[in-house]
Write a protein that binds this ligand. Structure first.
Ligand SMILES: C[S@@+](CC[C@H](N)C(=O)[O-])C[C@H]1O[C@@H](n2cnc3c(N)ncnc32)[C@H](O)[C@@H]1O
Length: 309
């Protein structure tokens, strides 16, 4: 938090001497000698602001790179079930709602999408089903209990401040995605994953097959809320088919349908409800920020949560 708060101040004052150590803020080569004196100087100069930030902020992120994990799964689903209607639960600023506007290079696997400022590269291992064209979605809607408004400069600065400054590619693509979201708009609604999802699924089912995505969200819910979320999806599936694709660390979300509830390797899991029956598949181990996918699709026999099926 201290480093995020310092970063937040530097984003507002990139001419401060400490910024010379920040790979995302310098043009050219960042300094690599001891930054402690400059850090102490900034902390002394901006002590009150730092204290206020530390007292009031929580870490907040929106990782654009995770889009590279969802695109192959959307391709599978579009082939299987037709037009999709996308609901991203825990969407933060809603940047992954723009996933069909980014450019992807899968290595190996080929390229996909729109050439532009947001270019994601993802290493692949195994038979990752890279689509030949961008899967179509009739709608992209985001849901978050505390959404980030991309029009709010301070909120966006905080989002940027929570990216480690030595991961300059993440930082720059976040900036580019915020610019894109500002120009094309993102449909982000405020609400709770458990209580608001049913209304949004109802709304989206009118335009396509509801596909819910979530990445690093269920880990923020209590154990009871994770079970309740799964039970909500089970209930919704009594009325209609739907699909949920999640990216989480299984050990942090053992109530969900995961292959190995002790695993600390980020998992990409698809849960399909068809004619009221729930079926879950572990699709891959993935990099938490979408830099690689190791495809090793396996059925998940154990059913977490409400225990339907
Ligand atoms: C770590 S961020 C991940 C954001 C985004 N999914 C991504 O991968 O970049 C977790 C997000 O989940 C949201 N969140 C946490 N609990 C929630 C809940 N009960 N309902 C809706 N959103 C929630 C937080 O506000 C935050 O924006």
């Amino acid at each position: 938090m201290l480093f995020a708060c310092v970063h937040h101040l530097l984003l507002d004052e990139p001419e401060h001497p400490l910024a010379a150590w920040y790979p995302n803020l310098v043009v050219g080569t960042p300094r690599t000698d001891d930054p402690a004196p400059a850090l102490r100087q900034l902390c002394a100069e901006r002590r009150d602001e730092l204290a206020a930030l530390l007292a009031t902020r929580r870490t907040q992120t929106n990782e654009v790179g995770r889009s590279a994990l969802f695109v192959p799964v959307f391709g599978l689903l579009a082939d299987e079930i037709g037009p999709l209607a996308h609901l991203d639960v825990g969407t933060s600023a809603g940047l992954t709602l723009l996933l069909d506007r980014f450019h992807y290079t899968y290595e190996p696997g080929g390229t996909l999408g729109t050439p532009g400022p947001i270019r994601l590269t993802c290493g692949t291992r195994g038979a990752v089903p890279i689509p030949t064209e961008m899967p179509d979605a009739a709608a992209h809607v985001g849901l978050d209990e505390a959404p980030i408004d991309v029009g709010d400069d301070d909120a966006v600065r905080w989002l940027q401040a929570c990216v480690w400054p030595d991961q300059a590619d993440r930082f720059h693509r976040l900036r580019a995605a915020v610019d894109l979201a500002r120009s094309v708009g993102v449909d982000v609604r405020r609400g709770d994953a458990v209580t608001t999802t049913p209304h949004l699924v109802d709304e989206l089912a009118a335009v396509g097959h509801p596909v819910l995505t979530s990445s690093f969200v269920l880990t923020y819910l209590t154990s009871g809320a994770r079970r309740a979320f799964l039970a909500v999806l089970d209930d919704l599936a009594a009325e209609r088919d739907l699909t949920w694709v999640f990216v989480e660390i299984p050990a942090a979300v053992p109530e969900l349908p995961v292959l190995d509830a002790a695993s600390d390797q980020t998992a990409l899991v698809i849960v399909r409800w068809r004619s009221g029956q729930r079926r879950a598949q572990h699709l891959a181990e993935v990099h938490p920020h979408g830099y690689w996918i190791h495809w090793n699709r396996q059925e998940i026999a154990r059913q977490g949560g409400a225990g339907l099926v």
